[in-house]
Design a protein. Structure first.
Length: 168
């Protein structure tokens, strides 16, 4: 059973361990420190604990912390949109956890925040992430050619989108 829970400090070491996986790092933004230290985790978690309502949640599977998911609400004329990001610790890949976590987070985000659109950017080589978004009725809206620079390579960024039901 997959559950989303509010942040807590007892997962700091495991969070750090998951974040230091090179595959997880390769599929995320470079703004995440690499290596990701225990201090980085403590600071990130402290920020999350102050947010109400929570924009990011911890993912639990069978009562075990396995990953993280959340949204960043955009600003200005894009304030009704949010960007979603997530990761599952490698030992837990292949169990359908990300698919269920995205469904839970999407429902939570649309019911909690004043947003009508959730988007998720996925680098061209991350086919499993594209598949879990597709399973959650996200639509491939665009392929931004040569849009990202990651690991000394220029790569495409696939933009997946889900719109809130009943809006235009």
């Amino acid at each position: 059973m997959v559950e989303l829970k509010n942040y807590q400090t007892d997962i700091t070491e495991r969070f750090t361990e998951f974040r230091n996986n090179p595959i997880i790092f390769d599929n995320g933004y470079d703004k995440v420190p690499n290596p990701f230290t225990l201090k980085d985790a403590e600071e990130f978690i402290a920020i999350q604990l102050k947010k109400s309502p929570a924009e990011r949640k911890l993912i639990y599977w069978k009562d075990i912390f396995v990953g993280e998911i959340g949204i960043d609400i955009k600003k200005d004329v894009f304030r009704l949109s949010a960007e979603m990001g997530y990761f599952i610790g490698e030992p837990f890949w292949g169990n359908g956890i990300a698919t269920k976590a995205i469904a839970l987070m999407t429902d939570y985000a649309f019911s909690t925040f004043d947003i009508v659109r959730i988007e998720a950017g996925v680098f061209e080589f991350n086919k499993p992430s594209m598949r879990v978004l597709e399973k959650n009725d996200f639509t491939l809206e665009s392929i931004k050619r040569n849009a990202a620079f990651k690991n000394d390579k220029i790569i495409d960024d696939y933009l997946w989108v889900k719109l809130k039901k009943g809006v235009k």
